[in-house]
Design a protein around this ligand. Structure first.
Ligand code: BGP
Length: 485
């Protein structure tokens, strides 16, 4: 990559990294936490380890925060585990869970690190799913409201940046991967009712945050994958727009404008879909004014037109990390995704495309004019220690440097961007490939086999932290506010 110049980052820019409770904490049966639906989902990904131990952050959090401080972090994005805070349907607050997050937040604040907290990152308590019906039931809205209220009341004195729900768009667009479609008989239609209920939870959380947290700001966390047309054939451009609508834009429009777009309303009508909107819902959605967009962006996709008689095919993700296993979806009459010959791919067939982050920033700023922060971006890889016990991740340094460069260009383009929190600080559990797919600046010295065996013995491995080369590189970069890279 040729860098024409070095972009400048604004004073106070939040440099950090990101995680999610179920992927980093472990201790799933400790401290009063109850079982989550995602715990069961993670057990279906064998031979990869499930989330019982993960990076064992629950026991290592002080050490982890000390490493963040050493690296020079000014922010850290993480999530609260709903089943750790409200473990059962009696709604009683688990004080041990609250104490854990208080200790983590206090540790961050004491080290000058701004906590950026996600309310929901996939770990629905099993009692919500089994006793209330999960996202399929409107009863979940009141349960989520109670949970959000507890979080704002207990942590809102120190946490000013809140995120509502992680990647709602991806949970709906790719419903089976994280188990959201479990138990649905007609996912094609059910997804829109589920989506509507999640929207009401989001809107409730936005309003509650503004009511309960002095100076609190809150935003959604869409997973953004810009869609390029494969060619300048006009129908490929429409295909790219269709793909963008069905995977991202429908959600972003709803968050920003508090109402469903004409595009999605027409789609529901044409397909005989009833999203289950009840009196009062639209007023609630309209009243919820977000303060910013938090954005997860790792890659781009490329689309071409798929005629109405094309053979439908679902998205088949790469589930092993052996290149070439991913199969792109075909949506007849709308679009199909294809490989992009202009970019390289990771071992999980994700496009390596740093320019996509500049595109996404420009796109989001132009459409919505709301401040933006990156809450995920990163490079997943198979990694090992060398003979001296070091981890050399030059590919990650290259990837992040180019992404940060493009982010800087987006700032120069006029976008208001307030922070960069890539995935992840330590290695942690991936959504489907255990700890084998690593993203961290800090290596967690264990493997899926070791985690599986330790779990069988009822033990926890040491999970020693080892700073990778990227840790030292990132540290210099952030301590110079992006000047030394
Ligand atoms: C995002 C999720 C994260 C995270 C990341 C990487 O979509 O918000 O939870 O896991 O993707 O994905 P994976 O773990 O599948 O590599």
């Amino acid at each position: 990559m040729h860098y024409s110049h070095q972009p400048k980052f604004p004073e106070g820019f939040m440099w950090g990294a990101s995680s999610a409770a179920w992927q980093v904490e472990g201790a799933t049966e400790e401290g009063g936490r109850s079982i989550s639906a995602i715990d069961l989902n993670s057990k279906t990904k064998k031979p990869f380890a499930d989330n019982s131990i993960a990076a064992d952050h629950y026991h290592h959090f002080k050490e982890d925060v000390a490493l963040m401080a050493e690296c020079g972090f000014t922010s850290y994005r993480f999530s609260l585990a709903w089943p750790r805070i409200i473990p059962a349907s009696d709604g009683k607050v688990n004080e041990e869970g609250v104490a854990f997050y208080n200790a983590l937040i206090d540790e961050l604040v004491a080290n000058g690190i701004e906590p950026i907290v996600t309310l929901y990152h996939y770990d629905m308590p099993l009692w919500v799913e089994e006793e209330l019906g999960g996202w399929k039931s409107r009863k979940t809205i009141a349960a989520f409201e109670q949970y959000a209220r507890v979080c704002f009341e207990r942590f809102g004195d120190r946490v000013k940046y809140w995120l509502s729900i992680n990647e709602q768009n991806m949970q709906i667009a790719y419903g089976d991967w994280l188990g959201v479609s479990k138990g649905c008989h007609d996912w094609f239609r059910d997804q829109w009712r589920i989506n509507h209920i999640i929207n009401l939870c989001h809107a409730t959380a936005v309003n509650l945050c503004h009511e309960l947290v002095p100076g609190g700001k809150i935003g959604p966390v869409p997973g953004m994958v810009p869609i390029y047309p494969e060619t300048c054939r006009p129908m490929d451009q429409i295909a790219a727009m269709n793909a963008e609508e069905f995977t991202e834009k429908i959600w972003n429009d709803t968050y920003a404008y508090g109402e469903y777009s004409d595009f999605v309303k027409r789609y529901w009508k044409n397909n005989d879909i009833d999203p289950g909107i009840e009196p009062g819902d639209e007023q609630l959605m309209k009243s919820a004014k977000i303060d910013f967009f938090a954005i997860n962006c790792y890659r781009s996709n490329t689309a071409k037109w798929a005629p109405a008689d094309a053979k439908e095919h679902p998205y088949e993700l790469n589930k092993t990390g052996n290149k070439g296993e991913l199969v792109f979806p075909v949506v007849p009459g709308a679009y199909q995704l294809v490989y992009n010959p202009y970019v390289e791919y990771t071992d999980w067939d994700w496009e390596i495309d740093p320019i996509s982050i500049r595109y996404v920033m420009r796109y989001m700023w132009d459409h919505y004019r709301l401040p933006l922060m990156i809450t995920e971006n990163g490079f997943g890889a198979h990694e090992h220690k060398d003979s001296e016990g070091k981890v050399h991740d030059q590919y990650r340094i290259d990837f992040l440097r180019e992404n940060i460069y493009q982010l800087g260009l987006a700032i120069e383009d006029g976008c208001e961007i307030i922070g960069y929190n890539p995935w992840s600080f330590t290695d942690l559990l991936s959504t489907g490939n255990g700890i084998e797919k690593r993203y961290g600046f800090v290596y967690v010295d264990t493997t899926d086999d070791e985690l599986n065996e330790a779990q069988d013995r009822g033990e926890i491995p040491a999970c020693r932290r080892i700073k990778k080369d990227s840790f030292y590189w990132y540290s210099k970069l952030i301590k110079s506010n992006g000047a030394e890279w």
